[in-house]
Design a protein around this ligand. Sequence first.
Ligand code: ATP
Ligand code: MG
Length: 397
Amino acid sequence: MANRYDTILIRYGELSTKGKNRKDFIKRLETNLKRSLSEYPKLTYQRTFDRIYIKLTDENPEELKEIISKVFGISSFSFTEKVGSDLDKIIEASLDYAKSLKEAKTFKIIAKRHDKSFPVNSDGINRAVASVILKNTDHKVDVHKPDFTIQIEVREDATYITTEKIPGAGGYPTGINGKVLLLLSGGIDSPVAAHELMKRGLEVEAIHYASPPYTSENAKQKVLDLARLVSVYQGQMRVNIVPFTDLQLEIYKAVGDSYAITIMRRMMFRIAEIFARKNNCIAIATGESIGQVASQTLESMAVINEVITIPVIRPLVCMDKLEIIDLSKKIGTYELSILPFEDCCTIFDPKNPVTKPRHDKCVELEERFDYQSLIDKCMQRIDNVVVYSKKEKEIFL
Ligand code: ATP
Ligand code: MG
């Protein structure tokens, strides 16, 4: 059957959401699938209440498999052969497949009769198919540990014959739970945070603070490349680039060494909040993890967080660095993340950053300069880029 696949069957399992939510879930999943598979315009889609079917033409199944296994909201999927709901046709296709597996010794048939008007029940289909395979091949039945399994789903419109169940990425279809604005740097953590957010059904838009000429064009390109790598999980991603140099220089002039990072991060949060509210993002998100660096002690996080009221999501907050690294390897961002680059935080790297910044001290330091007008300037000069998983399709707005 390997070359007779004609349909991909997408399962989303038992959803906890009901009614309208369920409908939205399925619709969104279909949209996301279409977006991720936009390079394959000949595919056609059919959506039912518990499955999505994708009809193939001459696409490469391995390429499709790799893309579909990254789409959130799918519990599993299979390449199937679609035949008429007719016992002879079902037997013929199953036998062809069994014959093609010369190395295998044992098999199992799992038939499911969804269409109750089909004249043979599930058990009857199992027996009928198995007996023909037993007669015409050397294969034996083993219901516990078979070398291969043939699943037969009899539905009203057709019967789907499936052999391999490929695990899906799980989670919710990206975007179903709203949009967040992620602070994306060129490091290891924030791209992993993007993946975790998307998995919970959140659409991720990114904001990046660049400080040219202290940060290079390459550093910005690295961030865009990282965004592109994680954009495969939602089809595309908008990256907003904030020209941060002037504000950053003023911070260092006004507040001195030890509080510089704290104040800088308060400014980043202020800008992110304004931008998020203007662009329909319900929350902002970061790749912070407790205690990782001076600005990520709980005290620092509290003092940085107090300048805004929009919710902040920190998907990695309680993870160890090693766990985060493992995840970044799994999602394919690690190798790029570890390439050296200048970040706006590393340029003005203070020797003794405060680990327990005080609220009153921050307020006092911020009174020393007119940060609001500098923030306004940043807001006016934000640039954006939409990245796609395929580089050549990048669009500059
Ligand atoms: P990462 O590996 O994600 O860069 P990090 O361990 O280097 O994180 P920090 O540099 O303190 O930690 O940054 C903490 C978080 O702040 C990052 O995960 C990211 O969400 C955000 N951040 C840091 N620098 C920038 C930047 N230049 N632009 C946008 N967001 C940033
Ligand atoms: Mg960083």
